[in-house]
Design a protein around this ligand. Structure first.
Ligand code: GLN
Length: 303
């Protein structure tokens, strides 16, 4: 398969489309990002890699971080995690509140905000230095010690994260938040504000495509946990567009409001796209277009 040629062509074709998406502005710092960035990076489990466009420009990973926090909490506490968060698609926006009230403080899944805030609470309870330990986990997964938090994004989201404060308080009222709202959201805003590029994200997700074994050849995630996390990505990774992503692209994956999307074919490859303009569901418009073309042209999907 000539991945280099395929990525170059897709990058050119998609760049020629009118970019109808909008850059996220509810976190003011994200609104400053240039809408025209567009990068693609693919690595396969044989160790080859290919790229097109802005694959080495860093951006805010936002909700893509929910996969890392889920992996760390699942590795630490195993199936006990599922007593506090479910694994069903929500069919609702990522910051939706009323489902949580109806379902008595048990979030639908760990990849919407309420679920990720419960996972963050678990990590704040169990890690010695929660933010530092989590950052180290991500650095080790990516095999790149230069990865860091973007403090401007943290500050920006702290000022405007009213819905996340509401979610955390609602969780607290149902006794599904054990630490203080401030401590848990401080951790959550930091995890979302990690800055990475397409290459670093693809490298970090290698473990999920490789049965839990990361690029350094150790196994931070058990094979059966990688399988379950991939299942959650497939059913819940794109909020109320998870069905559409499975239909159009056919891979497990995760998006973030910074405009990144990571998708993977187990035992084959990881592909990451970044284009900051989002469709109305909060997923990257160019990213969705590129990934649909990629799995169609390479005739590769889990189906
Ligand atoms: N930090 C963002 C928020 O909590 C993450 C949302 C996202 O990427 N979908 O609103």
């Amino acid at each position: 398969m000539n991945y280099k040629q395929i990525l170059t062509n897709i990058h050119r074709e998609v760049s020629a489309l009118k970019n109808t998406g909008e850059v996220a502005s509810y976190i003011p710092e994200l609104a400053k990002v240039d809408k025209d960035h567009f990068g693609i990076y693919l690595n396969n489990i044989h160790g080859d890699n290919f790229e097109a466009g802005d694959a080495d420009v860093t951006f805010s990973i936002q909700s893509i971080s929910k996969v890392f926090s889920l992996a760390m909490a699942f590795a630490n506490q195993g199936n006990k995690l599922w007593e506090r968060v479910d694994v069903e698609p929500s069919g609702n926006p990522f910051n939706y509140l009323s489902l949580l009230e109806r379902e008595k403080g048990i979030p639908r899944n760990p990849l919407i905000n309420s679920g990720a805030i419960v996972v963050a609470d678990c990590l704040v309870s169990t890690l010695k230095n929660p933010k530092e330990d989590f950052l180290q986990f991500v650095r080790d997964l990516a095999n790149d010690q230069s990865i860091n938090f973007d403090k401007n994004v943290v500050a920006s989201e702290k000022k405007t994260g009213f819905r996340n404060y509401a979610i955390a308080n609602l969780l607290k009222s149902f006794d599904n938040l054990h630490n203080s709202v401030e401590d848990v959201l401080d951790f959550y805003f930091h995890q979302c504000a990690i800055a990475m590029n397409c290459k670093q994200l693809s490298n970090a997700f290698f473990a999920f495509a490789n049965r839990g074994k990361c690029m350094q050849n150790n196994t931070p995630i058990k094979p059966n946990q990688a399988k379950r996390i991939n299942a959650i990505m497939l059913t819940c990774g794109f909020y109320d567009e998870a069905g559409e992503f499975a239909f159009e692209v056919g891979l497990p994956g995760k998006s973030g409001v910074g405009g990144g999307i990571v998708a993977l074919l187990p035992n084959e490859y990881v592909i990451t796209t970044w284009s900051p303009a989002l469709n109305e569901k909060g997923n990257s418009y160019y990213g969705m277009q590129a990934l649909e073309r990629f799995t169609t042209e390479t005739n590769s999907s889990i189906f």
